[in-house]
Design a protein around this ligand. Structure first.
Ligand SMILES: Nc1ncnc2c1ncn2[C@@H]1O[C@H](COP(=O)(O)OP(=O)(O)OP(=O)(O)O)[C@@H](O)[C@H]1O
Ligand SMILES: [Mg+2]
Length: 242
């Protein structure tokens, strides 16, 4: 599984957004949030997207991550247009090739940490691995994020930083090619946020994952090799190769 990453690793484009627009209709009026976004994300790179609150960062990550359709323009994953995929194909794309980390963790409260981390592998269509293999991988991931001693705990028994580290482990469960992180430190104090980012960047580096990280906080995104800014629905290069 995921040999595609090892064999095709290099600077090839994984995600490409071409002139993407996203408009929301609220009541009788339209809000044009993304206004002609073009972006290439290359294999193994860490890309930060910074912008003010309401600038459209979450909207952009949702469109890049095939969670929401673009109103106009298209996004491609290794050359395949999202608009030409069925719902089922987009679901499989997200489940097998993408991992998501959100500001609010979204761990399921009635499950243990171990079960939360195992979940993406259990629900993946066509998964052939046994529960034992999945359990061992989840244990390894929880160990990697420093939570080996907490695997049987429920999320409510953990601190915010611990919950977010568990969410990182969950995002990595299916060994995704791309990890999307939307304000992963937004609910944490600065020291705890730093620990979560240390953990995120170390895992991404070790696994050669591609990272797309959005935040309003420059200090968070500047840990990425390349940073772009979203403003007025458009992107401008800030740091690193454009
Ligand atoms: N489903 C929706 N329906 C209507 N308007 C929306 C919807 N989602 C987002 N918006 C609007 O789009 C704009 C961008 O929202 P978005 O959540 O992408 O911003 P953001 O940059 O992530 O902000 P924050 O830093 O506060 O998370 C906002 O004006 C928001 O109100
Ligand atoms: Mg947001």
């Amino acid at each position: 599984m995921n040999d595609h990453r090892q064999s095709e690793r290099g600077s090839e484009i994984v995600i490409q957004a071409c002139d993407v627009y996203k408009t929301f209709r609220v009541g009788g009026s339209e809000i044009e949030v993304l206004r002609g976004i073009s972006l290439q994300v290359r294999a193994g790179e860490t890309l930060g997207i910074v912008g003010a609150s309401g600038a459209g960062k979450t909207t952009l990550i949702n469109v890049l991550g095939a969670l929401e359709p673009a109103t106009r323009g298209d996004v491609f994953f290794r050359g395949r247009a999202y608009s030409e995929m069925s719902n089922r194909e987009r679901t499989q794309l997200r489940g097998s090739f993408m991992g998501f980390v959100f500001q609010a963790y979204y761990l399921l409260p009635e499950l243990s940490l171990l079960e939360n981390v195992m979940l993406p592998a259990m629900v993946r269509r066509g998964a052939v691995r046994s529960t034992g293999v999945i359990r061992r991988r989840a244990q390894d991931l929880l160990e990697k994020v420093g939570l080996a001693h907490r695997i049987d705990h429920r999320p409510a028994e953990l601190s915010g930083g611990e919950q977010q580290r568990a969410a990182l482990a969950r995002a990595l469960m299916n060994n995704p090619e791309v990890v999307f992180a939307d304000e992963p430190t937004g609910n944490l104090d600065s020291e705890t946020g730093k620990q979560v980012l240390d953990c995120l960047f170390s895992i991404v580096r070790d696994g050669s994952h591609t990272l797309v990280l959005v935040s309003h906080d420059r200090n968070v995104v500047e840990r990425c090799a390349r940073v772009v800014r979203i403003h007025d629905g458009r992107l401008t290069a800030e740091q690193g190769p454009s």
